[in-house]
Ligand binder design. Structure first.
Ligand SMILES: O=C(O)C(=O)C[C@]1(C(=O)O)C=C[C@@H](O)C=C1
Length: 363
């Protein structure tokens, strides 16, 4: 290397070393504050509530407001989530149940929300995630609820109806599907493994790029990657987490037909969240079976000036041809307008269950 260049680099690298030392000292100072917060919470009998979704959302939104770059908001948000995750693990490492196995999009969602310091506990089914949190074996659970191309995850919606758990957060994950294989060309691929949903999300790409190659649907994308990592000629469609877990090279990236493909997950806990300033409330309600009943249910929201961000109907299992409605509204159940709307809904609906108020996802 050129001597002048080395000299210039040396000056900047000294600056970086000095900044790193300051960052380290500040990170540990912050960690001591978080420990202090934990000590205050336990003194006031709130030791079980160390994780505060509303506070985390506020911290991240503030960081995004303060950020002047050159680092993009996505990067600074990632760092600060990890900082909070590490600080929280000093107070109390969280056990998070999620729909496994490791290497699925649910794992990516759990890590995106709780950071790498959380203890992730993969479960075989969505039912098991609910059970683990209900039984207190895990403090929180992460379950998929809807995908922008495939629609609602029916099992999650059905379980929410009967579960005592509360929704205390949402995670929105961009879903990028990659074709991964030990083979190095598309011509050598003789079969493609993936979860049925992922095969559907890449249907057009597969028709175009691998016509006639058999598609085999398996229980999860991670299982698909595991199979493709040991079978010659096999490829898998899965996300980055699976490719890393099974050290499977990505042959073609981002093959999803819909470029804005996202999946939304709910974070479930035994309590919901306090107001963060930008929240949602999820509810389930049913109307009595008479003309205009759905309109009557929604009218109180409009009257109180509360916006609805999602409406999904599912057949009620108890009665043929009757429906329950899953509704997300903007605002926290403690806000006056939402309170008014909920009271009016309670008077109008045949059934009303408030699933929880929680901070809107921070991207
Ligand atoms: O403010 C709190 O309640 C804390 O426990 C501190 C902190 C943080 O590191 O900022 C950590 C965990 C909580 O989930 C929220 C915030």
């Amino acid at each position: 290397m050129n001597e002048a260049m080395l000299k210039e680099l040396g000056v900047v690298r000294d600056q970086i070393d000095s900044i790193d030392a300051q960052l380290l000292a500040l990170l540990n100072e912050r960690a001591r504050c978080a420990e202090h917060v934990g000590e205050i919470k336990s003194r006031y009998g709130e030791a079980g509530h160390v994780y505060r979704p509303e506070r985390e959302a506020q911290v991240l939104r503030r960081i995004q407001d303060l950020n002047q770059g050159p680092l993009p908001n996505e990067s600074v948000t990632f760092f600060f989530r990890e900082v909070m995750s590490a600080c929280l693990s000093l107070e109390n490492p969280l056990g998070i149940a999620f729909l496994g196995p490791l290497g699925t999009f649910s794992e990516s969602a759990a890590v995106k929300h709780f950071g790498h310091a959380a203890r992730l506990v993969p479960q075989t089914t969505i039912d098991d995630v609910f059970r683990e949190v209900e039984a207190g074996h895990a403090q929180y659970g992460v379950v998929p609820v809807e995908n922008s191309t495939e629609g609602a995850v029916g099992r999650t919606l059905d379980l929410l109806l009967g579960s005592p758990l509360k929704i205390c957060g949402e995670v929105v994950l961009r879903i990028h599907q990659h074709l991964m294989s030990r083979e190095t060309s598309l011509g050598a691929i003789t079969k493609v493994y993936s979860h049925a949903q992922s095969l559907a999300q890449c249907h057009e790409w597969l028709n175009r790029s691998l016509p006639g190659v058999p598609r085999i649907s398996v229980g999860s994308n991670a299982e698909a990657a595991r199979l493709a990592s040991v079978e010659p000629g096999a490829a898998a469609i899965a996300g980055e987490a699976a490719s890393e877990r099974y050290e499977l090279p990505r042959l073609v990236e981002n093959i999803e037909d819909e470029p804005n493909n996202t999946t939304r997950f709910f974070v479930l806990g035994r309590h919901d969240a306090g107001p963060s300033g930008a929240d949602k409330t999820s509810l389930i309600m049913s109307a009595t079976n008479r003309p205009g009943a759905v309109h009557l249910l929604l009218a109180p929201l409009a009257a109180a000036g509360v916006s609805m961000s999602r409406l999904e109907s599912r057949p009620a299992r108890a009665a043929l041809w009757e429906y329950v409605f899953y509704v997300d509204i903007e605002g926290h159940r403690d806000e006056p307008a939402v309170k008014t709307a909920l009271a009016a809904l309670a008077a109008e609906a045949a059934y009303l269950k408030i699933l929880g108020s929680y901070p809107q996802a921070v991207y």
